[in-house]
Write a protein that binds this ligand. Structure first.
Ligand code: ZN
Length: 428
């Protein structure tokens, strides 16, 4: 598969999904999963009924929007859900009536510091209604009576999530999780599902040691619902995992470690990033904000981290109408894809080896050593000998790579070659 084409395919998928009005529940989530199922044919779509208790949480009612608008005293429709789904406060309750500007104003949300952008605001767990609009527009509203209509419906339905599984040689799994609950926003969050689809295409064509679990959930409540249904299996089988979000722009590379901070996923990610993105910014788990909050919770305690481009909450376009298709790019998505490929490759290839002979083996008679000693040939030979010197059953390949000062990805094929020649054995 041509890896450079992935960025364009991911961008097209984001473009296709961008207009869909998503929320925690409802048709937008189902339509999104329907499109993803075209990319991942084995994607199973599951429904968790409204009212289901998930640990300390309850699955909310479904929320469907038919229409929502504000008409000013001159009869002009000044805010229209059909023009941007960000205009309606997420999970707004219904409203239909004529109110004064003063009253309307208590239901408006805008950003004085970014006067031309529409903010993305939700009220999932406290019933209220509201509209989001550019501050510049809000400031121009004149006193008078405004017609307001929010035609929405809450109903007993379900929370929808998607799950796909790619079996590998072993029982242990890599968990890849993303969310599907934001309306029209690109980096946070459609870049995550697009990267999941690209990783699926890549992984499904490869022979793999680990099995891979792809999870698409509404953020927070969806992750909690998913974990509540799969806790034992996740705890037993998860070797490492990532939350995929904010992977679409090309401005930065960010790393959010797991809660423990020293798990295998932290070690692999840091090593890859040091070589592939030396200027990357490492955040603390204190800066967490997405579903790693649930996966890393003490009662779940999985080694789950997140590699992002511009991290949620840190870039000015975040949770506004400016987090759009102009903010992300095929190049940004491609770069994220390549970093994740390197990390997953290294999770697969990083093992603890031990040499099988008490002293150095004779590489030359196996054709593994440059028999002609000349300038240049010694570097590779040196790496060979150093790998054998530190393959003591305690160091994994990353430990050895860091000691030698080479990317661990270079040691993986050498170790596999030595293994096939019986010079190394696998300890874990
Ligand atoms: Zn968000």
């Amino acid at each position: 598969m041509n890896k450079t084409s992935q960025g364009n395919m991911m961008f097209k998928l984001v473009q296709e999904l961008f207009p869909v009005c998503r929320s925690l529940t409802g048709d937008g989530v189902r339509r999104t999963l329907g499109v993803l199922k075209r990319e991942i044919p084995s994607l199973a779509i599951n429904e968790v009924p409204s009212g289901t208790e998930c640990f300390d949480w309850t699955v909310p009612d479904e929320w469907e929007v038919r229409d929502a608008w504000v008409i000013d005293p001159d009869g002009e429709k000044i805010v229209d859900f059909n023009k941007s789904n960000l205009h309606l406060l997420g999970y707004s309750i219904p409203f239909d009536g004529e109110i004064t500007l003063e009253e309307l104003d208590t239901h408006l949300y805008s950003l004085p510091e970014q006067p031309d952008l529409i903010p993305y605001v939700t009220s999932y767990y406290a019933p209220r209604w509201g509209f989001c609009l550019p501050h510049s527009q809000r400031e121009k509203l004149r006193p008078g009576l405004y017609r307001v209509k929010i035609d929405v419906e809450f109903s007993k339905g379900s929370l929808t999530y998607g799950e796909a599984f790619l079996p590998g040689e072993g029982e242990k799994e890599i968990l890849l999780s993303t969310y599907i609950c934001h309306p029209s926003m690109a980096n946070d969050n459609l870049s995550g599902p697009a990267l999941m689809a690209a990783l699926w295409r890549w992984l499904s064509a490869e022979k793999r040691r680990f099995s891979y679990r792809f999870v698409f959930v509404p953020e927070t409540i969806g992750a909690i619902a998913y974990i509540s249904q799969n806790l034992e299996e996740l705890r037993k089988k998860t070797y490492a995992g990532y939350v995929l979000t904010c992977v679409g722009d090309n401005n930065a590379v960010s790393f959010l470690p797991s809660r423990r901070g020293d798990t295998v996923v932290d070690k692999v990610s840091r090593h890859v990033l040091r070589h592939r993105a030396p200027g990357f910014k490492e955040y603390s788990f204190l800066d967490r904000g997405s579903d790693e909050r649930q996966y890393c919770s003490p009662g779940v305690d999985l080694p789950v981290a997140s590699i992002m481009r511009s991290k949620y909450g840190t870039y000015p376009e975040y949770h506004t109408s400016a987090d759009n298709l102009d903010f992300i790019s095929p190049e940004g998505l491609q770069g994220s894809f390549e970093i994740y490929c390197k990390c997953l490759d290294l999770l697969e290839g990083n093992r603890v080896y031990r040499t099988t002979f008490p002293c150095e083996p004779q590489l030359g008679k196996r054709g593994l050593y440059p028999t002609l000693s000349q300038k240049g040939s010694s570097d590779e030979a040196r790496i060979y000998m150093n790998l054998l010197a530190y393959a003591d059953g305690e160091n994994d390949l990353i430990d050895i790579a860091e000691r030698i000062g080479v990317p661990a990805e270079e040691l993986v094929p050498i170790a596999e070659k030595f293994l096939s020649h019986g010079l190394l054995e696998i300890c874990e």
